[in-house]
Ligand binder design. Structure first.
Ligand code: HEC
Length: 114
């Protein structure tokens, strides 16, 4: 009788152990880290972060933006260029200001990131 109990508890333990180890791997397989989300998460915090990311990351990686360090005037001209030559939809005034604020704050001449 004792042996059976011990055997049964060993089986239960093994099962728990297997469950304990397996679910994280299964979860990772089902929900891989989205590289876009990871890039968004790595951007400097501030107003306009998501708006800027989604306005620019659709056609090209946001890295093309984040590797630049420009003045507000040059960002403004870059947005004109995106709209006039590259097919970017025109932005509402509010959104454009928000995006320019974000670009100027985080990707200016002094604070160009990677
Ligand atoms: C509709 C598509 C589209 C959208 C949206 C878009 N771009 Fe672009 N962008 C392009 C294309 C195409 C190029 C490459 C142009 C070239 O090099 O001739 C480019 C290139 C660039 C470059 C590189 C310039 C250089 O000197 O190499 C910058 C900076 C840039 N975009 C900024 C932005 C910003 C900021 C946004 C968001 C506000 C944005 N883009 C949104 C299409 C887009």
């Amino acid at each position: 009788m004792r042996r059976i109990v011990r055997l049964a508890s060993a089986v239960v333990m093994t099962t728990f152990l297997a469950w304990g180890l397996t679910p994280p791997r299964l979860l990772n397989a089902e929900e891989p880290v989205d590289p876009d989300e990871a890039l968004l998460a790595s951007l400097p915090e501030g107003p306009g972060k998501e708006e800027t990311f989604y306005a620019c990351h659709g056609c090209h990686s946001f890295r093309l933006v984040s590797q630049q360090g420009l003045s507000r005037k040059n960002w403004d001209e870059t947005l004109d260029w995106m709209v006039e030559e590259q097919g970017m939809p025109e932005l509402e005034d509010d959104e454009r200001t928000l995006i320019l604020d974000y670009l100027e704050a985080h990707y200016n001449e002094k604070r160009a990131l990677n």
